[in-house]
Design a protein around this ligand. Sequence first.
Ligand SMILES: *Cc1c(COP(=O)(O)O)cnc(C)c1O
Length: 390
Amino acid sequence: MYKQQTETTCIRGTHREQRTGAVNVPIYLSSTFHQESFDDFGPFDYSRSGNPTREALEQKAAELEGGTRALAFSSGMAAISSAFMLLSAGDHVIVTEDVYGGTYRFVSEILPKFQISYSFVDLTDLTAVREAIRPNTKVIYLETPSNPCLKVTDIRAIVQLARQHDCLTFLDNTFLTPLYQQPLSLGVDVVIHSATKFLSGHSDIIAGLTITKDEELGSRLAFIQNTFGAILGAQDSYLLLQGIKTLGARLHQASNTAERVAGFLLEQPLVETVYYPGLPNHQGHDIHTGQACGDGAVLSFVLPSREHAKVFVEQLQVPIFAVSLGAVESILSYPASMSHAAMPEAERKKRGITDGLLRLSVGLEHAEDLLEDLQQALAAAAQVTETIKP
Ligand SMILES: *Cc1c(COP(=O)(O)O)cnc(C)c1O
């Protein structure tokens, strides 16, 4: 199932600059392009509509996901919002209930202004999905494994349901990247990335992508990209291309360490739950194994309380404490007040985002250093138990 050629595709030149043989695509800082002929315009006219550096990136992304067309946006949210612009007033969307916080905000606050209604549904419950489908349902929106509890959705089953009802499927593939999961090959219509995360990998840029296989759908999205205008700039397109080159090396190493960290956390008395799709007893582990070829570098775990989480975070030396994920440095975050701050408390708790939940995106530090650090911080957090419960 693992497609080793994806790694090669990350690196192999989309571009070999003709005149000089430069191995990197030039950063074309040009908003406009001179037209030699009065009648026939060249391939580029204005950089919102198309830019050679962005085009090199878009071709690379399409190739990696096995699509025919990719589009680069100024953020993951710009890609997500633009994809939702395929909808019209009167339409209805079904969105996975543990969707990324920003997507939750867009769906619940912006779509209703355009008379587009929504239902948040547990996509792991196929009966619930079937019941939520209405005659005007046009999109089912998936995220698997999801954020932050790494819930696994059966992509094939949802695609089948969607097709029976003539609706499209969108899938946010940020956590696994095309290296570990290729949703288009499972029938998904639009793959979305926050390329801010693993694809760029260095916590340096904000970027988003959509990738499609169907050419007509790709053209409709390109029309939206040009019309709405949330394009990725040439310099960031270049940085993203550079990041993608090392995706294989980065994701493999980080995932190996994540697997060790998950095993380690599982054995700690203070840790109540560990969420990682690679754990054999993780909900949906078998489905995950049937649709992905890697478990990724993100895991979450639960400490007994907010107080424990606070001491633990304050003691840690190796990971940075921040939002975001998918970078060379390990990133620890506290979903309740970070990625899911936009979600009402009741909704948050319903989704398992409790006050003791922490999410760790494992980076490229040496596994031993990270494990040692986690161990000493857990020991410090364990002291909290003793003072709270004498
Ligand atoms: C970060 C993230 C987004 C949003 O992307 P931005 O680049 O921050 O706009 C969407 N989905 C997931 C899963 C994310 O982690």
